[in-house]
Design a protein around this ligand. Structure first.
Ligand code: BTN
Length: 262
């Protein structure tokens, strides 16, 4: 399988790939390697995960032969505050890779969900390690999970989750999609700091949250509003029902019309 992926990469592709049948979580494993000094561009792929993790402490279902589960280690030479748009940039790279491999244009639910046909196609989990003394980024581990095949999901996910097979009618070729994803990620990792404005312009185009009614859940409080825009640092600009406009950069945002939210 690893050879199949490598055969679809350019001969001079600069990143290294480690491939596993099963890991608890590619993000957890890669963070351990990062703490021991693993290099920029190390990529870990698992056929399945026994403890796949999502944002906000959620689990991410990672069954063998059903999805693509991958993490990549970046060591950008910058301050954490310069990388606030990292998850957005990766979302863009993932959508581009899916389109390269399948012709299907996926969307993004702010900030890290990949969506197709009003359901969740996958997600991105970004984990940063920052030197507290300097605020410099030591490393970023970015995990990506994409549901590739399967027309049905467990009852608790059936109204929320979808797969590329369900939306395109075809099971995508995993090795080709993985290679396209690595190529797009490597490209965006080089453009992250210099092409920030262009990256965010494209992210806004793909973001299905914009213009929609949303509910923000933060610290057990629920607030209704409308998503107006996304700032350069990836925050969601929301006009709340009390008329105030605020930039939101944390919390769970439900979008009316998505994942069965009416
Ligand atoms: C989310 O939906 O909130 C993010 C899901 C991210 C899942 C991927 S699968 C590969 C990597 N390893 C993990 O444990 N999580 C990410």
């Amino acid at each position: 399988m690893k050879q199949d992926i490598l055969s679809h990469l350019p001969g001079d592709f600069p990143w290294q790939v480690q491939y596993f049948d099963l890991l608890p979580s590619t993000n957890t494993y890669l963070k351990e390697l990062a703490a021991k000094g693993a290099p920029h561009g190390l990529c870990v792929i698992a056929e399945s995960q026994s403890a796949g993790r999502g944002r906000m402490g959620r689990s991410f279902l990672s069954l063998a032969n059903r999805g693509l589960y991958l993490s990549v280690l970046l060591r950008p030479n910058c301050k954490a505050e310069e990388l606030m748009h990292l998850t957005c940039a990766v979302g863009l790279a993932v959508c581009d890779a899916i389109e390269d491999a399948t012709g299907y244009q996926a969307g993004i639910k702010w900030i890290n969900d990949l969506v197709a046909g009003n359901k969740k196609l996958g997600g991105i989990l970004t984990e940063l390690s920052v030197d507290p003394a300097t605020a410099n980024v030591d490393y970023a581990v970015i995990g990506i999970g994409i549901n590739l095949s399967g027309l049905t999901f467990p009852p608790e996910l059936e109204h929320i989750a979808t797969s590329l097979e369900a939306v395109t009618g075809n099971v995508p070729k995993r090795d080709i999609l993985t290679a396209k994803l690595l190529i797009r990620l490597e490209q965006i990792s080089r453009e992250l700091l210099q092409k920030k404005a262009a990256i965010m312009t494209r992210y806004r185009d793909l973001c299905v949250t914009l213009g929609k009614e949303i509910t923000l859940v933060r610290s057990d409080a629920c607030r209704q509003g409308t998503a107006l825009d996304i700032t350069e640092d990836g925050s969601l600009l929301v006009k709340f029902s009390d008329g105030s406009i605020q930039a939101v950069n944390s919390g769970e945002v439900s979008v009316r019309g998505l994942y069965g939210y009416l």
